[in-house]
Design a protein around this ligand. Structure first.
Ligand code: ADP
Length: 302
């Protein structure tokens, strides 16, 4: 299990940031999605042991965050949001320094720094000063410093922020590879649904500090009762017939469109089509898109 939160709450003074959050996240890649002020950063800070837990419980990889945060730091890597603040050194110095802070010896830190900089595609630029780096290179460097101590869990805060489409693609491929081929658990905080879709198996949706849903991306849209339909034959009278039998139909005169079918109603619909000499060429369930799931979950709150 990656993470288990039980009745977790946190406030900044009188401003609630997380309210009674109970969730279990299995290992693998999970997106953390929510509008501004949803509590994502607060949740990450709590996981990292940077904020004390006033109420509730949180276990990460089976360890209590409240009492074992030091041991947890050794197995968590963070790609923070925002700019790198020490640009007047080389990438290899910067990454090795991050390794030292994470508890590696200086030799280990230097060896690992070279290795991870190659891994993220900065091998050829590793002796350059960071202030000459492009935005995309800086994002890769932040990933390198998060990987330097070979953590089991990678937490990424808006990792593709400011990247052009090609750099973003490459970053997302790297993240996918880290999860699939290197067995890392990933927690990807972002407002970009597409990043989540490409990297994650599931997504935890937060809004105003509350859990709005934990959505399995493979399974998204399972509950929709809309079917796409293509029919041939006497369409207008058939639509009238269906509506008089209580079906909700949105089909054009060419026989293309959508029909709402509750579970079990598909059989009845097909029987009606046969009885009215209408041929069904296609009848497939319509999946709710991740955008629709997200909008539905977040608007539950307003
Ligand atoms: P997100 O990362 O999803 O945008 P945050 O965790 O940053 O959400 O914020 C959750 C809530 O806590 C918001 O209402 C925000 O205004 C408030 N908040 C965040 N940081 C602070 C802070 N340092 N002091 C006071 N309120 C804060």
């Amino acid at each position: 299990m990656l993470l288990e939160a039980h009745s977790l709450s946190f406030s900044y003074g009188n401003t609630p940031a997380l309210s009674d959050l109970t969730v279990s996240l299995p290992n693998g890649a999970t997106g953390l999605l929510g509008p501004n002020g949803a509590g994502k950063t607060t949740f990450v800070r709590i996981i990292m042991g940077l904020l004390r837990i006033p109420k509730g419980k949180l276990r990460v990889h089976g360890r209590e965050v409240a009492t074992e945060s030091k041991a947890l730091k050794a197995v968590i890597g963070l790609v923070p949001e925002g700019e790198i603040l020490v640009p007047d050194i080389t990438a290899v110095q910067y990454t090795a320094y991050a390794g030292r802070i994470s508890g590696l010896s200086s030799t280990e830190a230097m060896d690992r720094a070279h290795m991870v900089l190659h891994y993220v595609g900065l091998g050829g630029d590793r002796y350059r000063k960071i202030d000459g780096y492009s935005k995309g290179m800086r994002q890769r460097l932040k990933l390198a410093q998060a990987l330097v101590h070979d953590p089991k869990l990678l937490i990424l805060d808006e990792p593709t922020d400011g990247m052009d489409p090609k750099a973003r693609d490459e970053m997302l491929d790297l993240l996918k590879e880290l999860g699939n081929d290197h067995g890392k658990d990933l927690l990807l905080c972002t407002h970009l649904l597409d990043d989540v879709r490409r990297v994650c198996r599931r997504v935890l949706v937060l809004s105003q500090g509350r859990k709005m849903g934990l959505v399995d991306i493979e399974m998204q849209g399972k509950d929709t009762d809309l079917y796409a339909v293509t029919m041939r034959g006497p369409i207008p009278p058939f639509i009238d017939f269906l509506e008089s039998h209580g079906f909700k139909v949105d089909v054009d005169t060419d026989g293309e469109g959508q029909i709402a079918l509750s579970r079990g109603a598909a059989d009845q619909f097909i029987q009606h089509a046969v009885s009215q000499s209408v041929q069904i060429r296609r009848l497939v369930p319509l999946r709710e898109s991740l955008e629709e799931v997200f909008t539905r979950l977040v608007s539950k709150d307003t």
